[in-house]
Design a protein. Structure first.
Lengths: 176, 279
């Protein structure tokens, strides 16, 4: 199902676990170091350099962009490392998280409480995902190198709904 | 004595950094391709994305994965080699710094594990050197991503645990963490030695090609037994169930103390990049 970001956020209750979607819209990249810095800024009561309300955070640290290209290789990183920051980040109004792999109980609870969803992309296919990025811009935290925050404009990014806004979790459905 | 200029090592390493990160080894791709027609639904889609990604990366010289890894080098250094104008460690690290900068690979190393400041050139690399006979230098490069490395584990078992204890530990590692480590996995198992050496032993198994059977028939059977048990866990590609959870299990052993049975499990993601070259 093709969906643009505004429609997804507006109809977030209709997004159900297991759905395959092709997402279009603007998303922020942020991984470990950027999360730590965001939470540090919030804890100090200072203002963030980016607006997180109704935003998407993609757990990704891309490779540098070659001259003439839009972006480098840009697949998802392991989401569970961000679990500890997730409740605080979602409180700022982030509606969609994108990464790979399982989430902690507290992250799932926090998604549910904040009416947000968690989507997964395939890990290790960063070259393929880069083809769905139409624009890329380094926004803030340039000193963090690959962990800086970028804004990507994505078109038809292939994703699976792993945790919906009701807290239904695809990884719980898999019987080990 | 054969003289080799250190800058030859540097340029060779620089070239290896690019080639390994753009090209999925044939044996890995072949192994993934076997499962594509057998699977349906999500696992089929993921395996197909892996194959498509390999084609794009190769054709367009884009890194297969954004995590271009810690740069691991396994060196067989001929004892009749004399390195001129430098030493092998500096020559390799210089090659990594140039290779990662000039080929637009990600720099993923922080200088201190607590302070966490990026070194911005992906050095220092891990360099393991074995001295061998002859006058050549064989360099094998294994760029390894952090996600799969985080899923690796080590345990000091004791002798009474035996093979069953080893098996139980390997399965528990894959079950607990394998799903987040970008399966289908390659599982490298080191058994024996001591605490310090068993981890390296397990990591070195990842240099083996899929399809090459273990020369020791006992462990060849054990590899098949473990692979079959791992694939019954139904973790599946990207932990979304289905098959396969692992493409291969590789076991290596070494002598150990009468009191010990160390086991290390090196988890490798499907983006198993490795490249060997001889100078």
């Amino acid at each position: 199902m093709k969906i643009n970001l505004q429609d997804l956020i507006l109809n977030i209750k209709d997004i159900k676990v297991g759905q395959k979607i092709l997402l279009s819209g603007n998303i922020y990249t942020a991984r470990d170091a950027a999360h730590k810095r965001i939470v540090d800024i919030l804890n100090k009561g200072e203002e963030l350099p980016i607006d997180l309300k109704n935003s998407v955070i993609y757990y990704c640290g891309p490779t540098p962009t070659k001259p003439g290209e839009i972006v480098g290789s840009c697949g998802p990183t392991t989401s569970s490392r961000m679990d500890v920051y997730t409740p605080r980040i979602l409180k700022e109004g982030v509606k969609v998280l994108i990464g790979k792999g399982t989430r902690s109980e507290s992250a799932v609870k926090s998604l549910k409480e904040n009416n947000a969803v968690y989507l997964v992309a395939t890990g290790g296919v960063g070259a393929l995902i880069s083809k769905r990025v139409k624009k890329s811009e380094l926004l803030v935290f340039e000193d963090l190198g690959p962990e800086s925050i970028y804004r990507f404009e994505v078109e038809d990014m292939p994703l699976i709904v792993a945790i919906d806004s009701f807290g239904n979790n695809i990884f719980n459905k898999i019987v080990l | 004595m054969r003289k080799i200029e250190s800058n030859i090592i540097t340029s060779t390493v620089k070239d290896l950094c690019a080639k390994a990160n753009y090209n999925l080894p044939d044996d890995v791709l072949k192994s993934v391709n076997v499962f594509i027609p057998q699977e349906s639904g999500t696992s089929h889609d993921i395996l197909e994305q892996i194959a498509d990604n390999a084609a794009i990366a190769k054709k367009e010289k884009v890194p297969l994965c954004q995590d271009t890894g810690t740069a691991n080098f396994f060196i067989k250094l001929g004892k009749d080699v004399y390195i001129e104008n430098g030493n092998i460690y500096d020559a390799i690290n210089k090659g990594v710094a140039l290779g990662y900068a000039d080929n637009y690979l990600r720099k993923s190393i922080v200088s201190d594990p607590i302070e966490r400041k990026n070194t911005m050139d992906n050095t220092p690399s891990n360099i393991y050197i074995d001295i061998v006979s002859g006058d050549k230098i064989e360099i094998t490069f294994l760029p390894k991503g952090g996600g799969s490395e985080n899923a690796s584990a080590l345990k000091m078992l004791t002798p009474s645990a035996g093979w069953e204890g080893v098996k139980e530990f390997v399965l528990s590692v894959v079950k607990d963490k394998g799903g987040d480590a970008c399966p289908p996995l390659i599982v490298g198992v080191g058994i024996g030695g001591d605490f310090a050496s068993v981890g390296l032993l397990s990591k070195k198994t990842l240099l083996r090609e899929i399809g090459n059977a273990n020369k020791n028939t006992f462990y060849a059977k054990k590899e098949q037994e473990l692979l079959s048990e791992i694939n019954k866990l139904n973790i599946g590609p990207m932990g979304m169930s289905g098959n396969p959870t692992a493409l291969a299990v590789f076991i290596a052993t070494k002598p150990t103390h009468i009191a010990s049975l160390p086991v290390a499990v090196s988890i490798q993601c499907h983006s198993c990049r490795r490249k060997k070259i001889s100078i």
